[in-house]
Design a protein around this ligand. Sequence first.
Ligand code: SF4
Ligand code: SF4
Ligand code: SF4
Length: 316
Amino acid sequence: MDIQQEMRNEARRLLESGEVKVVIGYEQGSTAFKCTPAFVESSDDVDRLIWSPACTNNLATYLPQEAKEARAAIVAKGCDVRSIIMMIQEKQVDRSNVHIIGVPCAGVVEATALESGDFRLDDIRGISWDGGKFAVQTVSGNHSLDRNAVVKSACKTCGYPVPTQADTMIGGEEAAQISATSESGFAMPESMEERRAYWAKQFEKCTRCYACRQACPGCFCKECFIDRIVPRWAAKRAGASDAWMFHITRAMHNAGRCSQCGECSRACPVGIPVHELAREIERHVAELFDYTSGMEFGGDPALGTFKAEDPDPSHG
Ligand code: SF4
Ligand code: SF4
Ligand code: SF4
């Protein structure tokens, strides 16, 4: 049985038994290569749910709202599960109100990457993974593209494509064939000067639309510091120095919470690799506190606890 059918069967079972009020998953978007979040509340509607390489959103962002009053099931890839665990640890979601439907993930595609293909986007009728290759079915025939040419940037370095935790794990056969990847086209500049120059150039492009923040499950503050009037942390107008303030503060607030889902970078309309900044912070959190976000339900978040022997690099 394929993953999509397994997912629909499990959604039907959960809704008919009354175990959950809603199943959060994906449904077909405006084209054959786009998906959109779906909120299925009746077993009559489970056939809306789909599974495809276009299922890119990290649906964990919807949990605080959907699992507040009643129990919700959520379709979750490896990175999404880590975000869900983080949100439970951070007390944004009650564990007893969540049923995780874990799905193994071979990577999700950047819709914009398909523009480089040898076909018209309007002609695409379907997309799928075919072994390690990305298959595109069009009106004029089938095409095969390299994985790294089309996957979301974060998927190139994904360490946990198969969910580490789930209440129901589906796609067992596919999971056995998926392994973590490590190729990245991105290299953080070595020296401080080069880093500053690199990110200054990136932040010059930032329009402060906050799409990256909205897409991120780690950004759950009821009022973001950047929106506050008193105290005012940054001017309302777009500008490089205020963009620095926003990005560096967001990165620090998110330390120990990032699952490397890459949704912040995908959401950015001007192509700033926001998740690479978060990845660098997570690298430091792992080094300093031996902590990787979203691995276990129990325990405290890295920055939500304090031990006298914790390292403090600022004091040598
Ligand atoms: S980061 Fe990993 S789990 Fe998340 S979408 Fe990419 S490959 Fe899948
Ligand atoms: S910072 Fe970016 S990569 Fe990390 S959890 Fe948030 S959206 Fe995902
Ligand atoms: S999505 Fe891009 S442009 Fe918008 S605030 Fe984030 S980094 Fe800036």
